[in-house]
Design a protein around this ligand. Structure first.
Ligand SMILES: *[C@@H]1O[C@H](CO)[C@@H](O)[C@H](O)[C@H]1NC(C)=O
Ligand SMILES: *[C@@H]1O[C@H](CO)[C@@H](O)[C@H](O)[C@H]1NC(C)=O
Length: 141
């Protein structure tokens, strides 16, 4: 998915938030405990893109970061689908200002610019609105 599209989704969700909290339609999901999902899960890739987008938007780094390893991925049904992600995020060779999609960028080789953070992300998806947003983001070196 193009970054522009992710940005649009995030903006749309903000606009929908009030309307949604007044009464979700189609929210038939029953709340449940988080359960592990496969690293090949179709929707996991999109959740990772949304989380990575938030990380890059919040960082002051000149380079884009991308997911370099998924340690754990869980899904929980709570007023939508919550993805709970433990991942490594690494600096890529792509300068942020050039506007690349981070998943098209190689991770920095070992050396001065090589850096990896361990991150906990939570991404909320409301599929009936075609929306996904990062609700929690904590990273450490
Ligand atoms: C990106 O960051 C800017 C400034 O930090 C903020 O104003 C903007 O809302 C953020 N965009 C998204 C989609 O999070
Ligand atoms: C979930 O995945 C994590 C990491 O992959 C693993 O350590 C844990 O045992 C798994 N839990 C279950 C219930 O399978």
């Amino acid at each position: 998915m193009a970054l522009e599209k992710v940005l649009l989704l995030v903006s749309l969700l903000a606009a929908q938030e009030l309307a949604w909290s007044a009464g979700p339609r189609g929210a038939a999901a029953v709340p449940g405990a988080p359960s592990n999902i496969s690293k090949d899960d179709r929707d996991l890739d999109q959740a990772l893109r949304v989380a990575t987008y938030s990380f890059n938007n919040q960082s002051n780094d000149a380079y884009l970061f991308r997911t370099s390893e998924v340690d754990r991925a869980q899904r929980q049904i709570v007023k939508g689908v919550r993805y709970i992600l433990e991942v490594h995020i690494s600096r890529t060779v792509c300068l942020k200002r050039l506007g690349w999609d981070p998943s098209d960028c190689d991770v920095q080789p070992e050396g001065l610019l090589h850096q990896t953070f361990q991150c906990h992300f939570e991404v909320l998806s409301r599929p009936w609105l075609h929306l996904m947003i990062t609700t929690s983001s904590h990273c450490q070196a």
